[in-house]
Design a protein around this ligand. Structure first.
Ligand code: NI
Length: 501
């Protein structure tokens, strides 16, 4: 598989990734500043250190660097309304059976969630669904990925996970039965459960091995069988995993290849045919770690005199970001990118190219969790891990935090203050996530713009990226000058929130 990123992202933003501030109240909080409900699980969020990405009672699967799978497509959907907060990201490989299985699983979970919570019933604590993914094995003959799900239903959180194994050469899916000699692994699983008080495999049905949503391997190559929260143990246990010490008898030849791909990973082959996406013709990003870039364009702008305005891009970097950088460069404009740590981890070279072009980078958290659900230490990790990976990938030191969904409370303010970050929201929501229309996005940006506006758009949508040249040319024709957030805001205070210049 080629190592240069051929980033092909299918970005499906079904709904918003952000809330609109109350009309006519620029400067007002963009979301209910509800106190933390304290109802989430005790599991810590990811830190950016791979083995901390999963949480469970028991061992967790080995997690690999997602860059091993360069050339993949990342699908992202998000929804931010008063009824629900949703964010889901999953990989697509250009292999029909694999892609369909992944999409069906993620979209099915989203559909079930939306069915369960159709209305605005919890205005101060909207139900939240957050679905991520991790690479758990990679080699020329077998790849394993695992979903990582969190659902908060207004009273309590629940975690789930699911493994997907496949052959990257043939595109064939690999089932649990293909990996394991079930006549050996079934009894071994039952024995492992007997050694763990509080676990009742019968809750999973007559064939718990087949019912287990996750089969993977630990760092040392032991077999790990995972169950969802509440599936085989008290819900307070969270997700549960059972570890079966490795023996070759447990595994089929395919299973042994899967274990080896987990313990000693190597890059799988490139997809035979890469799907046609708008970014396919975009040249690869600059390679290597970036030298510390200048955070501002060469030209100094005095926003006391100029009609300054800031374009801000959320949820990336992704496959369309390179194309966007080309548009910005052509126009001689710099923007501000609020990045997710997980996206930077997946696309570090694109993040580096954003910074190298003189754009500003801010923190949008590691995985787009609603921070008002988290404990202070968890919020610190969401912010700290993202700051760290942005610095590592780009050399840029972020000054700003944009909380997902614009959701803030006293704990979020305090965490931003501790991290030395001001909170930058927006005054113009283009609703690009909702319309998925280039003309509508251009129109919303141009009509909404005022002196000092901060315009919210998302570089995960090709329709939005296509709108950028027209947004820039039409607003420049009206006398506006595009600047970065720090140029627009000047001196800011950590922990304070800013909606406009
Ligand atoms: Ni967002």
């Amino acid at each position: 598989m080629r190592r240069g990123i051929v980033v092909l992202t299918l970005a499906l933003c079904l709904q918003a990734c952000a809330l609109t501030p109350p009309a006519g109240t620029p400067g007002a909080s963009a979301s209910p500043a509800a106190p933390t409900t304290g109802a989430s699980t005790a599991s810590p969020p990811p830190t950016g250190a791979s083995q901390d990405e999963f949480t469970a009672s028991g061992d967790v699967p080995r997690v690999l660097d997602p860059e091993l799978l360069s050339g993949i497509i990342t699908a992202i959907t998000s929804h931010s309304g008063l009824a629900r907060h949703e964010f889901a990201a999953w990989p697509q490989f250009g292999l029909p059976l694999v892609d369909q299985a992944l999409a069906a699983s993620y979209l099915g979970t989203i559909r079930d969630f939306e069915h369960d919570y159709p209305a605005r019933e919890h205005p101060d604590a909207p139900p939240e669904l957050n679905l991520g993914w991790h690479v758990v094995a990679a080699s020329p003959s077998v790849v394993g990925v695992a979903s990582d799900g969190y659902e908060f239903a207004g009273a309590s959180g629940a975690r789930s996970w699911r493994s997907f194994w496949f052959d990257p050469r043939s595109g064939a899916l690999i089932s649990t039965g293909d990996l394991l000699d079930e006549s050996v692994a079934g009894p071994a699983l039952a024995a492992a459960a007997r050694n763990r008080p509080g676990i009742d495999l019968a809750e999973a049905g007559t064939d718990p091995l087949r019912a287990a949503p996750l089969v993977a391997f630990t760092v040392s190559g032991d077999l790990l069988v995972g169950f969802d929260q509440c599936q085989v143990a008290a819900c307070s246990e969270g997700r549960v995993s059972l570890t079966i010490p490795q023996t070759d008898a447990l595994l089929t030849p395919t299973g042994r290849a899967a274990r080896d791909a987990s313990v000693q990973p190597s890059a799988p082959p490139a997809p035979a045919a890469t799907p046609t996406q708008p970014s396919a013709s975009t040249p690869p990003a600059a390679t290597g770690p970036a030298t510390p870039p200048t955070s501002r364009p060469a030209t100094k702008v005095d926003c006391r005199k100029a009609k300054c305005i800031a374009l801000t891009f959320d949820d990336g970097p992704g496959p369309y970001t390179q194309k966007l950088l080309g548009y910005l460069r052509t126009a001689g404009v710099n923007a501000t990118f609020f990045m997710l740590g997980r996206q930077v981890e997946t696309y570090p070279k694109v993040a580096a190219a954003v910074a190298a072009s003189g754009n500003e980078i801010g923190v949008h958290t590691w995985d787009h969790r609603d921070l008002t659900r988290l404990k202070p230490a968890q919020i610190d990790r969401e912010i700290g891990s993202t700051v760290a990976i942005i610095k590592k990938a780009t050399g840029f030191s972020p000054r700003y935090l944009r909380p997902p969904y614009g959701a803030m409370n006293a704990d979020v303010h305090a965490a931003a203050r501790r991290a030395g970050l001001a909170m930058v929201l927006w005054s113009v929501d283009t609703l690009d996530w909702k319309t998925r229309s280039t003309p509508a996005t251009v129109s919303a940006a141009v009509k909404g713009a005022r002196r000092g506006s901060i315009i919210l758009v998302h570089d995960i949508h090709p329709t939005t990226v296509a709108a950028v040249p027209a947004i820039i040319s039409q607003l420049e024709a009206k006398g506006y000058t595009f600047v970065t957030a720090s140029q627009l805001l000047g001196k800011t205070k950590p922990g304070q929130k800013y909606f406009r210049g």
